[in-house]
Every structure is written in C-alpha cells, then in structure tokens.
Ligand binder design. Structure first.
Ligand SMILES: *Cc1c(COP(=O)(O)O)cnc(C)c1O
Length: 825
C-alpha cells in the first residue's frame, strides 16, 4: 500500500522533517532492507540492537525515509534530501501504521489465539485452502508477537478474501494493542493452558485478556468443551459477538456425531447446517483431533463453500505434532523429543502423543525441571507425577534440582533422579532403551538434544559437514573488498552449492545479507516456508511458477519479452502493484537475457507496465571473470552492460534501480565493476580464484565417512568389482561406506584419489562401488570407526576437481541428497 509521508505523520502523530514523498514499504532490519526509492526504515531500540545506529550507513546507501525516536540527532542530515518522522515510540508508530493498513483490507480478517495449537491450526487452514481467491497468512512461521503482527499486516494485501493472523501474548495488557492492529472480524480461540501462567493472576484473568482480541469481532469460534472460554465470552464480550462452537452437543454449530479410531486413523462424522459430513484424518491423538476440529469449525464459519473440498483433503495432512519430533532410535526404539521447552500443557500433549504412537511398547519419559509454571514446586510436580502415572509410563528419568527436591511425590513410579543432564549422559551407555518409546521433554537450559543424539539411530555414517562460521568469515572477506556502499546477493541456488538451502540461507540472514538468489521458484518457496524473510530472486523463473512466486514474495529474473509479458499479465490478474522484477541483459554469455537491439522496446513496455511491475535491478553475467586470458572480453562485457543499463536507468529517473554484474571471481578481479551490488557464489563456500583469496578463504564443506571394516589381503589378490586392481604387496584394506551413489565419482577408482585417514593419505583400491569403496591403509595404523576425509581441509575439493577435469561447483552440487548435512557454527 502506498502511503504519503504527510499521511504517516497524521497516523503516527509524529513530527515530520525534510522533503516528503510516497512510501511503499517498511523495513526495520537492515538485513531485509533492499534499497528502493520508496522504502521507509523504522528505527527501534531493542535490548541488543539499536536501529538508530544504522541510519548514517543507510543514508549513504540511498535510503530516504526514516522513522526515528525523539532524542535522535537529525541535524547532521539537514543538508541531505532525507525525510525524518520523529516519534515518541517507534513500535507504537508502526502499530498505528499497521492499524491504518488494516482498514484497507476489504475481505474477512481472522485471528487465532489460545495457549496451544495456534501455529499448527493456522498452517492446516492454509494448506487446505485451494480457492483461487487469495488467503493471506501472517508468515510461514509463528509471527505472533507485537512486532510480528504489525509486520504481517504491513505485508497484507487489500484484496485477500480471508486474511489470518496469529496473536500470541505473554503478559497482561498486550492483547489490547494486538486487537487494535488486527481488529479481527473472526476470532478462533483454540484452548487455554498453563503456559506463561506466571504473568497472570489467574486462569480466568488470562482468558479475559485473550478474549479482548474479539472485542470488535462478529464471531468467536471455539470448542464448547472449553467451558471457561465460553462462559467468560458471554460475560465479557458484548452481545453482538456470536459464539460459534464445535463439540458433541446437538446445540453446537458443528456437532460431532461419531469418532472412530482404527489403525492410526480416525473417521469423524459431523453435522453442520443440517448436513452430515464424513472425514478421515491420519491421526488418533487427542491433540491432533482437537486441532483438526478447530480447522473444520473455521471453514464452516468463514468459508462453508470450501467444505466439500476440505473434507476430502484432510485425509492427506501429516501427523505433525509441531515441536514434537518422532525419530527412529537405536535397537528399534522410538524417540519423541521436545528439547525446546517444558510446561504442563505441552507435557500433557507430549504424553498423549506418546500414548498414540507407543503401539504396546513400554513408555519411558526423560524430564527436566519446569520453569515459570506459576505453581510452587510441590504443586507443580504433584501434577507432573499424576500425569505420568495416569498415562501408564513405565519409567521416569527426572533431571534437575526441583524434581529432586520433590522426589517423594514420585513414590510408586519407577524413577531415576539426576542433578544434571551430564550426569545422566554418563550413565546412558549402561541403559537399555531398545524396544521402547522414549519421550524427551526438557527445558532449553537442559540441552536434551544431546540425549536425543545419543539415542538416535545413526543411519548413515557418511556426512557432509558444513562450517557456517567459516562461511561467515568468507562473507566478511568479500564485504571488505566491496565496501559498505555495495550490497551483496548470496547465491543459494542448487541447495546452496550442495551445502543445504535453508540452513545456509538462515545463517546468511543472520549476517544481514541483502539478497538471496535461487535457481527455481520451488527453492524459494522452501526458504520462505522455513521463515526466511530476506528478498529472494529466482533466476530461472519459469512461467508455470509465477503465481507461486507472487504468493511467496519471490522476485523473478526477466530475460525476454515473452517472460516479461507473461509475468506482467500475472501481476495484473493477481492485482499486485509495483512488483519487483530483475532484468537480465545478455552481454556475451548467450544464455539468457535481452540484447542491445531490444532495449528501446523494453523501456517502452516497462513504462506501460509500471503500475504493476517495477524494475528493481538490471544485471548481466560474465563468462570468464576468473580467467585472465579473457580479460579483454570481460572488459567488453562490463562496458556493454554499463551502456545498456544506463539507458534503462535514464528512462526511469525516479526509481532506484540496482545494477550488478560481478560474480565471486569478478568481485576480486574487477573492483571498478561492483556497481550497486555483487553476486557472491562459490567464494562464499570457500573457493577462491586468486592466490590472495585462496589463502584467505576458509573451506566450508567437508565430505567425511568412517572405516566400517578392515581386512588383511595377500599380494596377488584383487579388490572390488571386475578385479580391476590386483595387490602388488600384502595390504591392509579398509572399507568405507561411501560410493558413487553418494557423489564419489567412479572415475576416481584405482588410486586416482586418496582419502585422509589419521593425517595420512590412503589411496582408493579397485573400483568404487555404488555404496562403498575400499582404501589401502597398509602404512597407517587405523582402526574401525576412524574418521575418513574424502575432501575438506585436505585433500581439497579444488584438487579433486583438477583430477576429474571439472570444477568444484560440479563436485559440490553432486553430493547426493542422502548424505546427511551436519552444521557447525
Ligand atoms: C551462480 C551465479 C553467480 C555466482 O557465480 P560464482 O562464480 O559462484 O560466484 C552469479 N550470477 C549468476 C547469474 C549465477 O547464476
């Protein structure tokens, strides 16, 4: 939504300074900040970060609009052409702006609150929606805090048929301000539990606070079994709010007629509007069933015409128990772990979940102290003991001083007590958990992930280790070269050159990367679903992915008139304004891009389309930036790019358009050609193209395995398929579980490559198999279980590329998906 600064001054009550204009986007974090003429930076004072400190740098980079708090000295910027809106409090200013944007949304605005299940219910509603009209969600993850909700609304679209926002609070007084911003027409209240109770005087007080969300709503949806919510709603909400309930009573709007469980699935029959619906869902635990009924009730109330389709599709939902992860453990055990937090509500859900998956296996629970429950320890742990008793748990391991001080409460339950997680880990090798279900439920401080790591089955001992700390240092190396005024786009295409898309993107986002680039729309969708908010460019944007790209806020590379016109008509159809696109120019690569002869026509068409699509950047790609023998050609590419892109810039004087042409090698070798942004790829992953960078960059990826068997073979014997190699001496041969199906190229067989074992090189013997290879360790005192480096610090991937007559890019991107990626930072 485009808002003029004078209007913003009115909305926020702030004092304007400088030359105003139209603002289209807001940013409060320099990492999500893309320079555009119409972006407004909102400076917050957080406990760790103070946004005001970045203003100087942002002004230099061309940002013109700012919201700052009183006390910030704007005098140094008096001579600049910047606009400042000085407010008392930036958060309330942003909330007021969000409130304004809210009024612009014409469709139904719904909001979810409650103690448990908010995020999963929201996700399920989103997943089941297939109507062509748009539904809009707050964000892929739980963006439910004060700032997150304001941001969600700022991202909302006027035309959405239904917009759904999650509202979470942790203390008194917060809901009123969320209500002011969201002002939902419909509220779904999932349930009320003990989480965060400490901050409320009573459960009643907490319900009342949450009900404030429905202050101006038309409908409140909940389960009639939530008696406290229902009674309180009648008490505190005014009569115009209709209570819409689901449950087992005939008076419920959505009335369950039957619920039958069989083999991990439940068949539910319910009545709505005098019609009976039958659905089948793939879970049997009470929590999931409650969540699915919230979803059904939501559709009955908000979009009943969707019901037949929803009833069909619920069968395909997965049993996602959100934070609860179910993994295969050693010895046929099942491991359920929540190592993030522990409170009574989520413990009860976890226990339910364990019962639903236990299948007659003995149940064991490893539990830590629970913090901030609002109860005294004896009351709290009496409840815990009662819960595990009632679920039929065979054995409890209780870790923490609080639990120890209440050990008497666990009388009659087989229970082991430990002071710390470390003490328990010492005993763990002596315990036998095979054949049982183990629930790990611990507060974060107890680091139960260490226990879960020990209990999990190690499926595959070949791993690709990714050192995110090294990657951060490589990023800094290139940032130092380009300086503070040039933005950096990180290439995370092809799963970040094999290193894993999501983990790498999130790590780069933490380092405030300006842009990310992927090859295909689906790769971008994966990142958005994982919560990545940094702007993302899709390089090979195919017309079939355009709708998805707009839905997930992904920006297309446009390389010909066909794609331009198609994307434009899609943007018109979806009703989006000023959608950012990136124009690719062919300066010699002859892969994708507009040519010189196209530019005049391109400008004309772009002008005609400017309401819907907006050029955010113009770029081109160099063919040989790393090869000095082609420098003359590279220079000609750069100058052609400069000339053609300048023509486009001149045609759009009021738009800030970024220009970029440098890949990793060019960043180092063609310093004058950085323009506004550089595209960093292989260098980020530790591979340089000059002597300087080769010694400064740190290797990021290491392909490792272990020795699984060792045998003595006599001279004259052969090793492996086809007897390709006959031993010329008595040898010790080690087998390593990595083969060509993992990405170890078969042409490295018979000594073409050697792996590192205990600091020495062990040559590959015979042909590499699909899942294994053999190496000669005659001269190395190695043992079964020893770690083996295929490539990493030494030998390096660059060396392997040389041996294979290829480039490191190909080797890194050929590591099979089945090789587990492990991250260090
Ligand atoms: C992959 C890619 C890059 C990065 O190249 P590196 O050599 O890995 O730095 C830059 N630009 C485009 C268009 C790309 O496709």
């Amino acid at each position: 939504m485009v808002i003029h600064t004078s209007q913003l001054a009115q909305i926020t009550g702030g004092t304007p300074f400088g030359e105003g204009g139209s603002v289209r986007e807001f940013a409060f974090d320099s990492r999500s900040l893309v320079l555009g003429g119409n972006i407004m930076f909102v400076a917050f004072k957080g406990s760790a970060h103070n946004g005001h400190n970045y203003i100087g740098a942002l002004v230099e980079r061309g940002v013109r609009y700012f919201i700052v708090e009183q006390g910030f000295d704007i005098a140094p910027y008096a001579a600049s052409n910047c606009f400042f809106l000085v407010v008392e409090n930036s958060l309330s200013a942003l909330q007021n702006i969000a409130g304004y944007c809210r009024k612009m949304i014409v469709g139904t605005v719904a909001s979810i609150t409650g103690s448990n299940g908010k995020t999963i219910v929201k996700e399920w509603i989103a997943r089941l929606w297939t109507n062509q009209d748009k539904i809009f969600f707050s964000s892929p993850k739980s963006y439910n805090s004060q700032l997150g909700v304001a941001l969600s609304i700022a991202m909302a679209e006027k035309e959405a048929a239904v917009s759904l926002f999650e509202a979470g609070i942790s203390g008194v007084g917060q809901m009123a301000s969320l209500q002011r911003i969201i002002s939902p027409d419909v509220v779904l209240f999932t349930n009320i539990g003990e989480a965060h109770s400490q901050n409320f005087a009573s459960l009643e007080a907490k319900v009342e606070e949450k009900l404030l969300l429905a202050a101006s709503a038309k409908v409140l949806i909940t389960a009639s079994s939530n008696t406290l919510i229902c009674t309180k709603a009648k008490e505190v909400l005014n009569n115009s709010v209709r209570l819409f309930t689901w449950g087992w009573n005939l008076v419920d709007d959505v009335c369950i007629l039957s619920q039958v469980q069989n083999r991990g699935r439940s068949a539910i029959s319910f009545k709505f509007n005098n019609k009976v619906y039958n659905i089948e869902v793939p879970f049997t635990d009470n929590t999931s069933l409650e969540n699915i009924m919230h979803v059904i009730a939501f559709y009955c109330c908000v979009a009943p015409c969707e019901l037949p389709g929803v009833a069909l599709r619920v069968a395909s939902l997965e049993a996602v128990a959100m934070r609860l992860e179910l993994r295969r453990g050693r010895g046929g055990s099942k491991i359920i772990s929540d190592t993030y937090n522990s409170d009574l509500g989520s413990l009860s859900i976890a226990l339910d979940y364990m019962v639903s998956v236990c299948d007659g296996m003995p149940m064991r629970v490893v539990l830590s102290d629970i913090f901030q429950s609002g109860y005294s320890p004896d009351v709290l742990y009496a409840k815990v003991a009662e819960m595990v008793r009632s679920k039929g748990v065979q054995e409890v391991v209780a870790i923490g001083e609080g639990l120890i001080s209440c050990r008497a409460l666990f009388d009659g339950i087989s229970c082991l007590f430990y002071n710390t997680t470390d003490e328990f880990l010492n005993d763990l090798p002596l315990m036998d958990y095979s054949g049982s279900v183990v629930l790990l439920k611990g507060s974060r401080a107890f680091a139960f992930e260490r226990i879960s790591y020990q209990l999990e089955e190690q499926i595959h001992s070949t791993v690709f280790e990714v050192d995110l700390g090294a990657m951060a240092s490589n990023l800094d190396y290139y940032r130092a070269i380009v300086g503070p005024k040039v933005l950096t786009m990180a290439m995370v295409k092809a799963s970040s050159y094999g290193s894993g898309a999501v983990e790498v993107a999130l790590a780069l986002e933490k380092r405030h990367i300006n842009y990310l680039a992927v090859a295909y729309a689906d790769e971008g969708v994966e990142l958005r679903r994982a919560g990545v908010i940094t702007p993302i460019v899709v390089l090979n944007s195919e017309p079939s992915g355009y709708t998805k790209m707009v839905e997930y806020n992904l920006e297309p590379e446009i390389y010909d008139f066909f794609s331009l016109r198609l994307f434009y008509s899609e943007s018109v159809r979806l009703g989006v304004a000023h959608y950012p696109i990136h124009i690719k120019i062919d300066t010699g690569m002859h892969r994708l891009g507009f040519e010189e002869a196209d530019i005049a026509k391109l400008i004309l068409e772009l002008k005609a389309m400017s309401r819907n699509v907006l050029v955010r950047s113009i770029f081109s790609h160099l063919t040989s930036a790393d090869n000095p023998s082609h420098d003359e050609f590279t220079l000609s590419q750069i100058s052609l790019f400069d000339r053609l892109s300048s023509q486009i810039l001149a045609a759009f004087p009021s738009v800030t358009i970024l220009r970029h042409i440098c890949n990793s090698a060019a960043i180092e070798r063609f310093g004058f050609a950085h323009f506004d942004m550089v595209r960093l790829g292989i260098g980020l992953y530790g591979i340089g193209c000059t002597e300087a960078s080769c010694s400064a960059l740190q290797p990021v990826g290491a392909l490792k395995s272990v020795i699984s068997q060792i045998r003595e073979c006599a001279v004259g014997e052969s090793v492996g398929y086809n007897r390709q190699q006959v031993l010329t001496r008595n040898s010790r041969i080690a087998t390593i579980p990595i083969g060509y199906a993992d990405g170890l190229r078969r042409s490295l067989s018979c000594g073409k490559w050697a792996v590192e074992v205990r600091g020495s090189l062990a040559p590959i013997v015979g042909n590499i198999c699909m899942d294994a290879c053999m190496v000669d360790i005659t001269d190395i005192s190695a043992q079964i279980g020893d770690s083996v480096v295929i490539f990493g610090l030494s030998p390096t991937v660059s060396r392997m590329a040389m041996v294979l007559g290829t480039i490191p890019y190909e080797i890194l991107t050929s590591i099979a998906p089945r090789v587990k990626r492990i991250y260090f930072s």
